[in-house]
Design a protein around this ligand. Structure first.
Ligand SMILES: Nc1ncnc2c1ncn2[C@@H]1O[C@H](COP(=O)(O)OP(=O)(O)OP(=O)(O)O)[C@@H](O)[C@H]1O
Ligand code: SF4
Ligand SMILES: [Mg+2]
Length: 372
């Protein structure tokens, strides 16, 4: 395959225009102690949930973070929003190191970084009205918008596509999709610059997912809010993110612009994720007889991850070197600028066939078609 340098397409140039870094994460690590022993409980090991993650989210950009369950996505999100203390590493927001900032030091920044959670049922207080839920962040931060908080709540309800007259209703009076819209309105209340959305649609009905993704995309584009969008499969993120990082067992193993990740992936794990088919019972006929990569075995325990490359116990290309040397996350030969891969024996940058490998949820597929 020809691997000459490819100039950025006009779209990439336009997207890359506002490349001012907003969030810069370096060597981010979170090890949770594992307690054991009787009668005296002591630390017997550590869950290496996040282990040396580097990532940058630019102003107004949507950055996707993808990986299987347990690979450390939520922990990364919680570290960035400072719901968790990092074991080591730095989190820099608009040039300021916030990784160890005190509550007081964080106060001016807190409102700028918001989080949307996966579960629209448990993340809203059932005893509060929608108006109270959405105005809460304004109250806590002592913010009195022009025209009052109620007016702002109505505006926010309108932005997220809900009836502004419903501000006196309770969460149980809304459907799952509507509740997630309330969660979005709450996140928008303080006019954030960055939203960490942790699997914001995976608890929703497939038919509703596309609507909520659409809303988030509208928010990102029209309000210029940057997103760290966490998802377990590449389908949702593909629609939403300009850049995507793939995580495995606490580490980012590949990162790049959308085009590189979806049409020129190099890491075997990214190939496997791209060829994973959400629907079952696809016969050879349906798949065009193409080989699909099935990941053998389970993800190893993050308490004692494999030496060298963490993916090696499931990798079909693994060799001796993979057990002794950890592959660095670098721009390997043949990759475009900004496309980094952590692998000693990378795959060819395949293109056409892989595109069809991604089987979108029907609703998301419809959304993509309407966009193109
Ligand atoms: N508070 C905690 N104490 C101990 N271990 C934890 C804690 N939180 C997370 N972990 C562990 O850290 C690892 C990463 O968890 P995390 O929730 O970040 O993964 P995830 O990628 O978000 O997974 P999922 O897709 O299931 O949400 C897991 O092994 C998990 O069990
Ligand atoms: S470094 Fe080795 S084990 Fe890891 S992904 Fe590459 S080939 Fe597979
Ligand atoms: Mg999670």
């Amino acid at each position: 395959m020809k691997e000459d340098l490819v100039l950025p397409s006009p779209r990439e140039t336009a997207e890359g225009a506002a490349r001012e870094p907003l969030l810069d994460v370096s060597g981010l690590t979170k090890h949770f102690p594992v307690k054991g022993g009787f009668p005296i409980r002591r630390t017997v090991g550590h869950v290496q949930a996040v282990d040396g993650v580097d990532l940058t989210v630019h102003v107004g950009e949507s950055f996707g973070l993808v990986g299987e369950s347990g690979c450390g996505k939520s922990t990364t999100g919680r570290l960035i929003t400072r719901l968790l203390e990092p074991t080591s590493g730095t989190i820099s927001y608009r040039g300021q190191d916030i990784s160890r900032a005190s509550r007081k030091e964080l106060a001016p920044i807190r409102s700028e970084i918001q989080m949307i959670f996966q579960d629209p049922y448990s993340s809203l207080n059932p005893r509060q009205t929608v108006g109270k839920i959405i105005s809460n962040p304004m109250e806590i931060n002592g913010i009195e918008p022009e025209g009052g908080r109620e007016k702002r709540v109505r505006e926010l309800l309108e932005i997220v596509g809900l009836n502004p007259e419903h501000f006196n209703r309770f969460p149980h009076e809304f459907s799952g999709g509507q509740r997630q819209r309330i969660g979005v309105a709450r996140a928008l209340a303080l006019e954030p610059k960055l939203i960490v959305a942790d699997e914001p649609v995976s608890a929703l009905d497939v038919s509703i997912q596309a609507q909520v993704v659409n809303l988030l995309q509208k928010v990102q584009k029209e309000l210029g809010i940057a997103f760290l969008f966490i998802a377990h499969d590449l389908a949702v993120v593909r629609h939403f993110s300009q850049r995507v990082a793939v995580m495995y067992l606490g580490k980012i193993i590949e990162v790049g612009d959308r085009d590189s990740i979806y049409t020129r992936p190099r890491h075997p794990y990214t190939h496997a994720l791209l060829s994973a088919v959400p629907e079952v019972n696809l016969s050879d006929e349906d798949t065009g007889g193409r080989e699909r990569i099935r990941l053998a075995g389970d993800v190893p325990s993050p308490i004692s991850p494999p030496s060298g490359c963490r993916f090696r116990t499931r990798c079909w290309k693994a060799q001796d070197k993979c057990a002794t040397e950890e592959p660095p996350l670098i721009q390997i030969s043949g990759n475009r600028a900004g496309h980094l891969t952590a692998c000693h024996f990378p795959e060819e940058p395949t293109i056409e066939a892989r595109d069809e490998d991604i089987v979108l949820d029907p609703a998301l597929a419809a959304l993509e078609e309407s966009e193109d």
